[in-house]
Design a protein around this ligand. Structure first.
Ligand code: 3HC
Ligand code: NAI
Length: 703
């Protein structure tokens, strides 16, 4: 019998147990229909004397994926989720949450409103609201500490991490873990036991885990101190701590009211809008047209050419995804180095206690090396990561063309080179694609999928499928010098150089950029990556550079002295005795001064605000060019690139989202103002001009 209250919630009687199934694909988010249906189902269960207990479960792959994020920022529709959770908790009959798949955010809060919880091994529980600029706003900040203690609750809420069923049981977040994959059977079994034993509802709000007040206060103080240090401009983490303080100090109902107030403050903050934009943008970016129009090819084995920085990192990413790797190097010595580069990553993990030595052995059993291309005859996909040199790359692709089986995907990790030219040099351009990883490739999330003119759609779809397997955030890019990321970086990097030559110190620029929310400033990044890389590129391009364009020579002066950054113990900063954080270098400041004199520049002062305004205007303007020229499909693809590959503060959504929050007319006016000094550099993007004329923003192009 189905006594459905709404299409999204169905109630079915199993003898004296009412099973309430939430069915709201794709992830059973708690939209208005689900909230209404849940409320009605619980009320019906309470009113029906034949019902002795209730089981809540989710249809499909998940329990509940949380509040419906698409409703944020729209007028609220009753019932509110906290009221639904309270109503579940107030039920007069035992309510069991039977959890499989995701029970996240509001989804876990519903389970905490229930009286008992059973989880399958597949369960993934968590309170990830902080990642969206929020705090658990349906009783989570009040019930979780009462159930598992303040320390564990704060850790969950401040990290936003997902935990498995076993850990949840250990923490006391769920009562038991059920074997198998039948969530209905697990829920019914538990409910029947409860009915048979005459168990009463057990309310989380009455839980006693905060009884040790002194220990709780210590945990809250520690979390507050740690958060103040680590939250780096984020708004919601400290609000989470405030809400847990409320759980300790206030009766439950008042604690809930405090949580509500803090939740709304977070909901209204621009950070929430930025983080929600980032959440949807990274999912949207993965839906390139080819992923809809073509079937991916099967990838069961991967070849990697080159075992240097990138080849080794990519090998680790591929091995971590469970695939076998065959690495090709120039000679035995280089191959041994490549293998050692891969092993070093796992040895580091062993040293940190993250994996056991046996795990490394099992992973390395999937790693093979060879100096002969013939070892690649059966692989499904090859990723080339040899020197950044067209002739070297073309020679490699010629070999691949010779040995690889028909249909093998042939990818290059080039940073800048023309992939159309690489593709045109072999007999199967339809199989050639760019897979641009970022260093360290096993850690950085971004993967630019660079689509040359002749590649077939199923190869593009395969690349997106591979990205998913490697747990990378994929962005589709077109072929041009630097694709999306490095092309835009070259422009705002030049803006930073110009600001330095005009009068700001690299240290001030780095600080201004960090205060905006970046983990590091551009000169720190240069010192970390090694100044020699950019120097080589500049030398290569010297012949083709526009002689009228401004060229700041300060970095060349440092490189000529062999000051490449951390690896040489000095760059823009000094790194005495292998220090990882640099200190300002008066000699560098003297070199900068000398260069200003040589260029006839009288230095002027900059406010941090002006530095950031110029830096971002350069980034946004080139971002607009990249969209205008269809190198990026939409502004959101630029946003995802910069958030995942270049340290752009996620809570600001990405440069294009940020531009919308500032207002495009203001950005354009800035660029026009800067153009008075250097019209060659500051050319307003036609797309930016067009949007301003039409009164539109970048978001209008994301639809
Ligand atoms: N609301 C609305 N849509 C959601 C959603 C949510 N909570 N969670 C996921 N979706 C959408 C995605 O946008 C995507 O839509 P699309 O197909 O149109 O692109 C679709 O569901 C599938 O999502 P994924 O591709 O991420 O699917 P996965 O199977 O890989 O992952 C998941 C499933 C683990 C549930 C993941 O989607 C996820 O982490 N979701 C967010 C969970 C979350 O943050 N919940 C907290 C919300 S805030 C809250 O609850 C406030 C409360 O305290 C009051
Ligand atoms: P690297 O110099 O560390 O490694 C290159 C490796 O390729 C060396 O081990 C070399 O022995 C090997 N090699 C050279 N020619 C070969 C050949 N013909 N056959 C087999 N192996 C050969 O260089 P890195 O930094 O790993 O860069 C590789 C590629 O990745 C370049 O195209 C670079 O532009 C690109 N890239 C680099 C990034 C970085 O941050 N280092 C980021 C993204 C892309």
């Amino acid at each position: 019998m189905n006594t459905a209250a709404t299409a999204a919630v169905a109630s079915t009687r199993h003898d004296d147990i009412l099973v309430v199934t939430i069915d709201n694909p794709p992830v059973n988010a708690l939209g208005v229909d689900v909230r209404r249906g849940l409320l009605e189902a619980i009320e019906a269960a309470d009113a029906d004397p034949a019902v002795k207990a209730v089981v809540l479960l989710g249809a499909g792959r998940n329990f509940l994926g949380g509040a419906d994020i698409r409703e944020f920022g729209k007028p609220p529709q009753p019932p509110a989720l906290p009221d639904v959770c309270n109503r579940i908790e107030a039920a007069t009959k035992p309510v069991v949450a039977a959890i499989h798949g995701a029970a996240l955010g509001g989804g876990l809060e519903v389970a905490l409103g229930a009286h008992y919880r059973v989880a399958l091994g597949s369960a993934k529980l968590g309170l990830p609201e902080v990642l969206l600029g929020l705090l658990p706003g349906a009783g989570g900040t009040q019930r979780t500490p009462r159930l598992i203690g303040a320390q564990a609750a704060l850790e969950l809420m401040l990290s936003g991490r997902h935990i498995g069923a076993k850990e949840a049981a250990k923490l006391g977040l769920v009562d038991r873990v059920a074997e198998g994959d039948d969530v209905l059977a697990a829920g019914l079994g538990y409910a029947r036991e409860l009915v048979a034993s005459g168990a009463a509802p057990r309310r989380t709000s009455e839980g006693g885990a905060l009884a040790d007040r002194a220990a709780t206060q210590t945990a809250i103080d520690a979390a507050r101190a740690e958060t103040a240090k680590k939250a780096r401009g984020l708004f919601s983490p400290l609000k989470i701590v405030d809400a847990v303080q409320g759980a300790l100090d206030l009766p439950f109902a008042e604690g809930l009211a405090l949580e509500r107030k803090l939740f709304i403050e977070c909901l209204e903050s621009p950070q929430r809008a930025g983080l929600v934009h980032a959440f949807f943008a990274e999912r949207e970016a993965a839906k390139a047209p080819e992923t809809r129009s073509a079937q991916p090819r099967a990838i069961a084995s991967v070849g990697i050419i080159g075992g240097g920085t990138m080849g080794a990192g990519i090998a680790v990413a591929v091995l971590d995804a469970g695939l076998p790797v065959t690495m090709i190097e120039r000679d035995d010595e280089a191959l041994a180095r490549g293998r050692a580069n891969v092993e070093k990553v796992y040895d580091g993990l062993i040293a940190k206690g993250r994996i056991k030595p046996e795990a490394k052995d099992a992973i390395m059993a999937r790693f093979n090396g060879s100096t002969s291309y013939d070892a690649l005859s059966q692989v499904d996909l090859v990723i080339e990561a040899v020197f950044e040199d067209m002739a070297v790359k073309q020679a490699v692709f010629k070999e691949l063309d010779r040995v690889c089986k028909p249909g093998a995907v042939l990818a290059t990790n080039t940073s800048y080179l023309d992939i159309d030219q690489i593709a045109a040099s072999i007999s199967r351009p339809q199989d050639v694609i760019g897979l641009h990883f970022f260093s360290p490739a096993n850690i950085m999330k971004l993967l630019e999928i660079v689509v040359p003119a002749k590649v077939s759609a199923d190869v593009v779809a395969t690349a997106f499928e591979l990205a998913k397997k490697l747990k990378k955030t994929a962005v589709r890019a077109g072929v041009c010098d630097g694709f999306i990321g490095n092309r835009v970086l070259a422009v705002y990097g030049a803006a930073a150089q110009a600001i330095m030559e005009d009068g700001a110190s690299p240290y001030q620029i780095d600080k201004a950029v960090r205060d905006f929310g970046y983990p590091m400033g551009p000169f720190q990044v240069s010192d970390l990556a090694g100044g020699d890389i950019g120097w080589a590129t500049r030398k290569r391009r010297a012949a083709t550079r526009d002689p009228n364009a401004r060229y700041v020579q300060i970095p060349d002066r440092l490189c000529e002295r062999g000051w490449f950054g951390q690896k040489t113990a000095r760059g823009y900063y000094l790194y005495p005795e292998g220090a990882r954080v640099g200190t300002p270098d008066p000699e560098v400041e003297a070199i900068i001064d000398a260069e200003r004199q040589r260029a006839g520049i009288t230095p002027r002062s900059f406010t941090d605000e002006e530095i950031v305004r110029r830096y971002l205007a350069a980034m946004i303007n080139e971002g607009a060019n990249v969209v205008h020229q269809k190198i990026a499909l939409r502004p959101l693809d630029v946003d995802v690139t910069f958030v995942h590959g270049y340290g752009f503060p996620r809570y600001r959504g990405g440069p294009m989202h940020y531009a919308d929050t500032v207002g495009l007319p203001k950005i354009l006016a800035d660029i026009q103002e800067f153009a008075k000094e250097d019209p060659l550099f500051w050319k307003p993007s036609p797309l930016l001009v067009d949007l301003v004329e039409r009164g539109e923003n970048f978001a209008s192009l994301n639809k």
